[in-house]
Design a protein around this ligand. Structure first.
Ligand code: SF4
Ligand code: SF4
Length: 476
């Protein structure tokens, strides 16, 4: 872009490498605890077994794409029930909206995979290359055998974690104990190696190299989360009314006429995105709270009250500046709306799962011919009936035809018709779809016109699947 003085401004800014310093404190401990919990869940869940009986996979969580099933412990989702997965995604999205409107960027700071894996990679980096000052010094040094060894060890460790991450991802789609043997003996499919390679590369690049740049430049979430935040959301704030005017402070000097910030920059040194929270709210701030821990330690050392940097609402920050208070408001129109939506979607899903049918019925009417006039004056229509047996046992379903007086069922091939011809017993194998050709015969005089409504039903206590269709006849 040309500037007034004739020079050209570049849209590209060279990245300033961030060297976050280690810190101890409440928020750091919370981050460690959540990191262990989330990584533990991610790596270990594919290894949990769940007995579903003979012939069924015994992996508790499995997305079986070839078998077209999703297994979550005792729940088995068929392709026809993909709305449960959509419901889960809606629950996740609304939950995220609610958490953001209450606690600001809690997701970014504590639960986002980018944050969790970056934190893990930084911990490995610190173990091998040392803390902030040592890492900065190492990077300034010319290449030597010692430096090359440390860098190689770090990248090897990063790659090992990245490969374990890619491997764990694949285990959600295949039987983990079987697949791990195949992977190491070279007998896995090309797809498996491709996806492990893909996730190894993305984890290594995003958590090892890109780090804070993913949050700042690549992720869309910081851009539109502003729509969920208001002045009553909890965000990491620097209490400038208390901290300013800032400046160095020597032991024994008075605190009169100055702020509590001793301008030590400890909050900047620990920040994983390299920003200065004293400059106010910034897009780069992921709300991790590590600057709070760093500043609390400094305040303790200089004998001033802690929480110069704190999780607070912007409303309270403004009120405190004029010696007032704006109490935290948990219930606000947006939090009530998100909580209501969350309860509604969760309720609908819980209800759907609790009363989930173990059988589904689909009926397709023959298009050609539309109907067949019989020699005795009656009319016959043909239908293809599909019965989906979601249980693990062989089932005998009773198909009933309703809506047309005196209508008689016939099953072409397998299937046993009852004595009065209004029902038929259909055998369906476990965990399978049974397809049957069925004809219905009705007297012409009982039809209500060219098209008469008809209903097919699977009779039985818990399996009341119903499908409406029409019975075609000649023009009256
Ligand atoms: S400013 Fe503080 S809360 Fe924000 S990213 Fe940096 S350390 Fe985390
Ligand atoms: S850590 Fe606290 S005292 Fe030090 S510069 Fe940051 S806000 Fe000021």
């Amino acid at each position: 872009m040309p500037l007034d003085d004739g020079s050209v401004a570049s849209f590209y800014a060279t990245r300033k490498k961030v060297y976050p310093k280690s810190v101890a404190g409440l928020y750091r401990r919370l981050k460690w605890a959540l990191l262990v919990l989330f990584l533990g869940i991610y790596y270990l869940v594919p290894w949990i077994r769940w007995d579903r009986g003979p012939g069924a996979p015994d992996q508790a969580v499995l997305l079986d794409l070839p078998g077209r099933r999703a297994y979550f412990f005792w729940i088995e989702i068929w392709p026809q029930e993909v709305y449960y997965l959509s419901g889960l995604l809606i629950l996740g999205a609304v939950g995220l909206f609610l958490a953001t409107s209450l606690l600001g960027r809690i997701w970014c700071g504590y639960a986002c995979p980018q944050t969790v894996w970056t934190d893990l990679f930084m911990w490995v980096e610190r173990l091998i290359e040392g803390d902030r000052t040592e890492r900065m010094r190492l990077d300034r040094l010319p290449m030597s055998a010692g430096k090359a060894l440390r860098k190689a060890a770090k990248h090897a460790a990063w790659l090992a974690i990245a490969a374990a991450t890619g491997g764990a991802w694949v285990f959600y789609f295949v039987d983990a104990p079987t697949e791990i043997r195949s992977i190491f003996t070279g007998r896995s499919s090309l797809e498996v190696y491709f996806f492990i390679g893909l996730f190894t590369a993305t984890t290594y690049l995003l958590a090892g190299w890109a780090r804070e740049q993913v949050c700042t430049y690549m992720c869309p979430w910081p851009r539109f989360q502003a729509a969920m935040l208001d002045v009553h959301s909890l965000v990491v704030t620097y209490r400038d009314w208390r901290g300013e005017p800032r400046g160095k402070h020597k032991q024994g000097e008075t605190w009169e006429g100055r702020g509590d910030c001793v301008d030590c920059r400890a909050c900047v040194a620990v920040c994983p995105t390299g920003i200065d929270i004293r400059d106010g709210q910034q897009l780069e701030c992921i709300g991790c709270g590590l600057c709070i821990d760093a500043c609390d330690e400094i305040m303790l050392r200089v004998g001033r009250p802690q929480k110069l940097i704190a999780f607070d609402t912007l409303a309270n920050l403004q009120a405190a500046a004029v010696k007032d208070k704006a109490p935290y408001r948990l219930v606000r129109p947006r939090t009530a709306l998100y909580a209501g939506l969350l309860v509604l979607v969760a309720g609908v899903m819980a209800f759907g799962l609790a009363f989930r049918s173990t059988v589904e019925l689909t009926v397709l009417r023959d298009r050609s011919p539309l109907f067949v006039p019989l020699a005795d004056g009656a009319i016959r229509n043909g239908y293809t009936v599909k019965v989906l047996n979601k249980t693990r046992s062989n089932e005998h379903y009773t198909l009933v035809v309703e809506g047309i007086s005196g209508a008689r069922l016939t099953v072409v091939g397998d299937g046993e018709v009852g004595a009065d011809g209004t029902d038929a017993v259909l055998d369906v194998k476990p965990d399978a779809v049974g397809t049957f050709r069925v004809t219905v015969r009705a007297e012409r005089k009982v039809l209500s016109g060219e098209s008469t409504p008809i209903r097919f039903r699977i009779a039985g206590t818990a399996s009341n699947a119903v499908q409406s269709s029409i019975f075609m006849g000649p023009k009256p």
